[in-house]
Design a protein around this ligand. Structure first.
Ligand code: GTP
Ligand code: SPV
Ligand code: MN
Length: 613
């Protein structure tokens, strides 16, 4: 479709101005649909950026290898350019919006030379539903268009809803690699050097400007940029929640169902939990979402969640038929793989896929030929697949997708889980004493940094409140206040009992031999079952200084976990907690200055005094 055919005058003008600035060879408005998707894939095949996988092994699927410098989100090049620096807060990078726009305008000038400018109208949430938000992404990457087709709802049907004057979030994206006359990509993933990459958000004007990266959350702007950073600002203003949370449906042997959301930092187990196959007989888990939840209060006082996305952008390494069969099936066809290994028989491979690679040679994510690994492990730094290799798969291909996953009303949430990768101290599961104590627990989440972000901190524990550290579009102190405010409002309306119960989980405790104590994955159903029962006032628990912990016999031990282990992971590590509390008081809370709500300091004082009696 041509720009001239756009009925929305504001959108047409915005696209025309962008084209004048970025100087593409041509401009194309995306209409959606299979033929357009296939054409985008073909373009990237012609550019030498994609490899078609074997049609029998992986029907309709392709593999991309990105530039080794462009493999994950870049948090130190991500900006919240609010009008005042104090609104971005201490955990976000800030540049004055006028200055940032000036810098980026110069980067965008001529940045699409030799390329096509694609205009992608997309809907986060079911097209036309009240809760959905529309964005329009301008990009010079056919790879981005293809991924957006899977991850969001794209095309003319979105323009129809937008009408001639509807609201949309304008999103600029350029890989930042203009082509000279006659120049071609020739198999080299286009991107700009790190110091020219900018992933920028303008919260007041609800705009996103991204430059220089083609990877994941840096480039697929509906996901972290719109559905979390911009949406968190909208949610604050409008009284709802935009969270980095999976949404699952769990049904007990009696056929009763509940919906649970969970916030874990990047690459800490959301996709896996959302799709788990319970080892507990008679229980069933189905998926509503695996990364983002938008939640609004219903007239009944309950919180209803929708998944704004339409696909999974999942971590490949570690995914196998044992750990996450549902993800394996989701990615068995019509899937885009990025930075995985390529086997001799035209299939993908990664560390932890569950089997060695066939044949004698394999091509690693950098494009080098290597001997085929016999087992599914490689030494650190020499991986065949990059640790942040990903699959982009349509949600509708997931065998356990819940029938109601696209219901615009959303699903009523009974429990929130918070957690991260904590080798020590944090127990397997812990229920908060109430809403504010739960907010306190969310505010102190810590986790080892994973390969989902380019950082020299990978492997170190950092505080990642609510798993939103990289995704909150405003001051984190105000974000805590927003959460506390929702609880107070429910209480004032006599609906506090309708609020989700709050739990803390940790699948990642390690023993002295540096091995995970808890088997995780499907065995996490044992913990979910306890949580389910706790929501109904059942499930045996003891009250401790940190919250309600399961009694030693409340959660049946899975194979390989000794009684001793179980005691350790469901007990209170007094010395560890004292250190934890001291660290929060000294290094975490002071960051937020006078924006740290008093209620949270009160909780900190209270937990501290519980340990000191
Ligand atoms: P993002 O997409 O980055 O937000 O990640 P995510 O939170 O969805 O994480 P995901 O479920 O993809 O898991 C990331 C890594 O953690 C994978 O390598 C998994 O195999 C591993 N993992 C997930 N669940 C568990 C678990 O219960 N125990 C252990 N030990 N590892 C897990
Ligand atoms: C994350 O990092 O939390 C992801 C992957 O889900 S990305 O889309 O790259 O942000
Ligand atoms: Mn994520």
């Amino acid at each position: 479709m041509k720009v001239q055919e756009l009925k929305h005058a504001g959108l047409r003008k915005w696209v025309e101005e962008a084209a004048a600035l970025m100087s593409p060879d041509s401009v194309e408005v995306c209409e959606g649909g299979q033929a357009e998707y296939d054409r985008m894939i073909q373009i990237t095949l012609d550019q030498g950026l994609a490899t078609k996988l074997d049609e029998k092994k992986r029907p309709g699927s392709v593999l991309y290898r990105s530039d080794p410098s462009d493999v994950a989100r870049v948090e130190n090049r991500t900006y919240i350019a609010s009008e005042s620096e104090s609104n971005a807060g201490p955990t976000n990078n800030w540049i004055d919006p006028a200055e940032l726009k000036k810098t980026m305008t110069e980067l965008y000038r001529g940045s699409m030379k030799g390329r096509v400018m694609y205009v992608i109208p997309f809907s986060m949430g079911p097209v036309g539903s009240d809760i959905a938000k529309i964005g329009v992404e301008i990009t010079d990457s056919a790879y981005v268009v293809a991924n957006m087709h899977i991850m969001t709802r794209v095309g003319t049907r979105v323009l129809d809803v937008l009408g001639s004057d509807g609201f949309y979030v304008p999103c600029f994206h350029s890989v930042g690699k203009p082509l000279a006359a006659g120049e071609k990509d020739n198999g080299k993933w286009p991107c700009a050097p790190m110091e020219h990459k900018y992933i920028s958000h303008f919260p007041e004007t609800r705009e996103i400007w991204s430059y220089g990266s083609g990877y994941g959350g840096n480039a697929l702007l509906g996901k972290k940029c719109l559905a979390l950073r911009i949406a968190s600002v909208l949610a604050r203003d409008e009284g709802w929640l935009a969270e980095h949370m999976l949404i699952l449906k769990i049904t007990n042997p009696q056929g009763e169902a509940k919906y649970i959301t969970g916030a874990f930092p990047s690459a800490c187990g959301k996709t896996n939990l959302a799709m788990l196959i319970p080892t507990l007989p008679g229980w069933k888990v189905e998926t509503v979402g695996d990364d983002i939840a938008w939640m609004k209060f219903g007239a009944d006082g309950r919180l209803y969640a929708i998944n704004p996305e339409a696909g999974f952008f999942g971590v490949a390494p570690g995914t196998n038929d044992e750990s996450n069969r549902n993800a394996m099936v989701s990615a068995s066809k019509n899937t885009i793989f990025t930075n995985c290994g390529l086997t001799e028989d035209g299939d993908i491979w990664w560390e932890g896929i569950g089997y060695g690679a066939p044949g004698s040679e394999i091509i690693d994510w950098k494009g080098n030929k290597r001997p085929s690994p016999q087992k599914d492990k490689s030494p650190k730094g020499e991986e065949i697949a990059h640790p942040n290799a990903r699959f982009t798969a349509p949600a509708k291909q997931c065998p356990c997708i819940a029938a109601e996953w696209e219901d615009p009303k959303g699903v009523p949430i009974s429990a929130f889980l918070f957690g991260g990768r904590r080798p020590k101290t944090i127990p397997l599961v812990n229920q908060s004493k109430g809403w504010i104590h739960g907010v306190f627990m969310g505010s102190i989440v810590g986790s080892e940094v994973t390969a989902a972000v380019i950082s020299d901190q990978v492997g170190q524990v950092r505080r990642d409140p609510f798993a939103m550290l990289p995704f909150c579009g405003y001051h984190m102190g105000d974000y805590f206040k927003h959460w506390i405010g929702l609880g107070k409002k429910a209480e004032a309306e006599g609906k506090a009992d309708k609020l989700p119960k709050i739990f803390f989980v940790n699948w990642f405790r390690k023993n002295a031999g540096d091995r995970f104590i808890w088997p995780g994955y499907g065995e996490n159903s044992r913990v979910l079952a306890w949580i389910f029962d706790r929501c109904d006032g059942r499930g045996k628990a003891v009250e401790t200084p940190i919250g309600f912990l399961p009694t030693p016999d409340a959660i049946e031990r899975p194979a390989g976990v000794s009684e001793e282990d179980m005691k350790e992971i469901t007990g209170v590590d007094i010395e560890g907690w004292k250190k934890e509390i001291a660290d929060v008081r000294k290094n975490h809370y002071p960051k937020f200055g006078d924006k740290l709500p008093k209620e949270l300091y009160d909780e900190l004082d209270a937990i501290e005094s519980r340990f000191n009696v």
